[in-house]
Each structure stands twice: as structure tokens, then as C-alpha cells.
Design a protein around this ligand. Structure first.
Ligand code: CP
Ligand code: NVA
Length: 298
């Protein structure tokens, strides 16, 4: 049985399969014959808010012949303290697969272990695997192979999205530069485990210089709201704006996983100037989710 819980252990060949399938699903949207989820019910169990991930999975499951069932974690007994392993054993007897958005990475892993059904990580505090697969898909669609290119991640370098980029650098052979204040830099242990060409600094100009892709994410991830004031204070300045774009390679892409907080991690003019790319990146979540679902059940 396959799961998508973390990018760390997924072989490059599986990513390639997913990326190839995503291109086909995109091209053939509305008339593809593949219905790998026919007759299946998939639960989306979410403990955090979502627009893109929820909608892309709900639509994707439907378009692959299955039925999505959205479960707000607070509406089920899980929210009142029923253990994840009991929830998993109950759902596993009724559903065919699960897409989970939660806090602890260990909860997604425990769900996969106890449910006995394919389980997909739709974001935890540690990782956002589906997002980064869609990001790489988007980059490659516009600029060709990401191998040998330079990705500059600006902002909270210790968040789930940054972590998932970190796992991809060695696998895909691109250079990853992270610009973040000391407090929000990835740990040395994580970088060592990931390998690849990754550098971390607090110099955002040097990080952006000559980059093929400037990428950012929110300063205050879900679950970190209590730290909002401190984060804004420390992260101010770690913003993608026109003067940073001017340092990147001419024609560099600007991407954002969204939702965006204008005036914080990106300014309004830069987001709007790159809206075609950023909203296509969001659309690609749908095509990539279908490819992930198809891969997980194949
Ligand atoms: N990028 C992303 O995962 O967006 P949502 O939180 O809206 O799902
Ligand atoms: N790092 C963000 C990503 C949102 C899609 C968060 O966890 O809130």
C-alpha cells in the first residue's frame, strides 16, 4: 500500500511518474477516461483551514470517479479527544483512502499505520508535500527541468513549505538558497539529512541574486498565531518586492503557495505582476492532486 506522508523517502522515479501524470490530467481535463477511484469514498479530515488543498482534492477525487467526504476534525469525535488511532481504525473500515491536514506529522503517520488505507499528507507542521510537487510541476511547465536551476526561498525558512523544498533539492538537483532570520532557519540536522546544494543566510539580496525562482510563504503559519507579533517583528524585511526581483535572473519566476499576505512576505505590486504564474500554480494543485491520488492507488 502506498501513502504520501513525507517527501523524504519518496524515490525520484515516483515523483517523475506523478509529474508526468499531472501533465496528462491537465491536458485531458474534462475528457480523460481514467477513473481509478470509481466506487470509492475518500475522507478529507482537516484540523486546519484550507481553500486550495480542500477544493483541489474534493474536485480531483470526484473527477477520478470517487466520492470525497469532508470531515472537519472539530465536527467528529477526534475534536473531543478520541485518539487518532481509534479514528483511523473506524474510518479504515468504511473508506478507501484519506487526505489529512493536521498539526503533528506523527498523527498522519499514525493514521496511515492504523487505518490500513492509502493516506495523503495535506499539510502538517513539518511538511506540505502536495504543494511542493505542484510547485515543481509549475516551474518545469514554464522553464523546463529544475535540475541545475537556483531556487531562492525568502521568509520563514523553518516552516512546513520550506522543509518540503529542502527534501526536494537533492532529489531534483537544484540549488536551494534560503534567506531567513536566525530564529526561522532550518536546523543543521535537517539540512544534513537532506543533503543536496542548500545554503542558508540572513542576506536576502545575496540569496535572490541570479535566482531562477523567488518563492515565499506566509510569515505566520497556521498554529503559530500566538507568535504573530514576534514573527512580524523578526521577519519584517524578508519580503519579495520589485527591488528583490531586480536582483534575480531576468525573467525569473515569482511563486507563492498562497494564501498571500500583501505587505508582509510579498508586496501587492509584485504579487499582481506575477499573478498569472501564482494562480496557475494554484490551479496546478488540482492536476497534481489527481496524479498523486492516481499514483497512491496504482
Ligand atoms: N497552499 C495551500 O495549501 O492553500 P490552502 O491552505 O488554501 O489549502
Ligand atoms: N506555511 C503555511 C502554508 C499554508 C498553505 C501554513 O502552514 O499555514
Amino acid at each position: 500500500m502506498k501513502h504520501l506522508l513525507s517527501l523524504e523517502k519518496l524515490p525520484r522515479a515516483d515523483f517523475e511518474k506523478i509529474l508526468r501524470a499531472a501533465a496528462v490530467f491537465k491536458r485531458e481535463r474534462g475528457h480523460h477516461k481514467t477513473q481509478p477511484l470509481a466506487g470509492q469514498t475518500w475522507a478529507l479530515m482537516f484540523s486546519k483551514s484550507s481553500t486550495r488543498t480542500r477544493v483541489s482534492f474534493e474536485v480531483g477525487i470526484h473527477e477520478l470517479g470517487g466520492r470525497p467526504m469532508f470531515l472537519n476534525a472539530n465536527d467528529i469525535q477526534l475534536g473531543r479527544g478520541e485518539p487518532i488511532k481509534d479514528t483511523a481504525r473506524v474510518l479504515g473500515r468504511m473508506i478507501h483512502g484519506a487526505v489529512i491536514r493536521t498539526f503533528a506529522q506523527s498523527d498522519v503517520e499514525e493514521f496511515a499505520r492504523f487505518s490500513g488505507v492509502p493516506t495523503i499528507n495535506a499539510l502538517t507542521d513539518d511538511e506540505h508535500p502536495c504543494q511542493i510537487i505542484a510547485d515543481i510541476f509549475t516551474f518545469q511547465e514554464k522553464r523546463g527541468p529544475i535540475a541545475g536551476k537556483t531556487v531562492a526561498f525568502i521568509g520563514d525558512g523553518a516552516c512546513n513549505v520550506a522543509n518540503s523544498w529542502i527534501w526536494m533539492a537533492a532529489k531534483f538537483g537544484f540549488e536551494l538558497r534560503i534567506a531567513a532570520p536566525k530564529k526561522f532557519q532550518p536546523s543543521a540536522a535537517l539540512l544534513k539529512r537532506a543533503g543536496g546544494k542548500i545554503s542558508v543566510s540572513n542576506d536576502i539580496q545575496a540569496t535572490a541574486k541570479g535566482a531562477d525562482l523567488l518563492y515565499t510563504d506566509v510569515w505566520i503559519s497556521m498554529g503559530k498565531e500566538a507568535e504573530a507579533k514576534e514573527r512580524i517583528k523578526i521577519l519584517t524585511g524578508y519580503q519579495i518586492n520589485q527591488s528583490l526581483v531586480n536582483l534575480a535572473k531576468p525573467g525569473a519566476l515569482v511563486m507563492h503557495c498562497l494564501p498571500a499576505y500583501r505587505g508582509k512576505e510579498i508586496d501587492d505590486a509584485t504579487l499582481e505582476a506575477n499573478a498569472d504564474t501564482i494562480f496557475e500554480e494554484a490551479e496546478n494543485r488540482l492536476h497534481v492532486q489527481k496524479a498523486i491520488l492516481n499514483w497512491v492507488v496504482s
